[in-house]
Design a protein around this ligand. Structure first.
Ligand code: AMP
Ligand code: ZN
Length: 115
């Protein structure tokens, strides 16, 4: 895990974050700059740079990321009203943190196509 990675530091509890849910291989925490009434980030605890770096060895961690996204949607009361899951990947998508993170956005109507 790169020492400088922001989300690795959050996973290791070296930087505070408002944790929503935690499992053995994934962590869900509230986005510091929410873009919707519900905006949670779910990360694998292991450092994976982005979607292009995912391999078969990450299957378990990625499963837990999706499970925490499901649980977060239930916890926030948006599992039936709907929500959006987003992995920004690379510069054109505006990926700002190079540690794979799944955005869970909801509790408002979400426009399509996205900006
Ligand atoms: P992305 O643009 O997909 O890389 O998303 C990075 C997200 O991380 C943005 O939505 C930021 O608001 C969020 N973020 C950055 N620093 C923190 C932090 N310390 N705690 C929680 N969320 C953060
Ligand atoms: Zn990292």
């Amino acid at each position: 895990m790169p020492e400088a990675c922001l989300f690795c530091r959050i996973v290791r509890k070296k930087i505070p974050a408002k944790v929503a849910l935690e499992s053995s291989q994934a962590l869900a925490f509230y986005d510091i700059n929410p873009q919707a009434p519900v905006h949670i980030l779910v990360v694998p605890k292991t450092h994976i740079e982005n979607a292009m770096a995912v391999g078969p060895e990450h299957a378990g961690a990625l499963y837990e990321v999706l499970m925490l996204a499901q649980e977060a949607a239930k916890k926030e009361g948006i599992s039936k009203s709907g929500f959006r899951l987003v992995f920004n990947n690379g510069p054109d998508a505006g990926q700002a943190v190079a540690h794979l993170h799944l955005h869970v956005l909801g509790k408002r109507k979400l426009g399509w196509p996205p900006g």
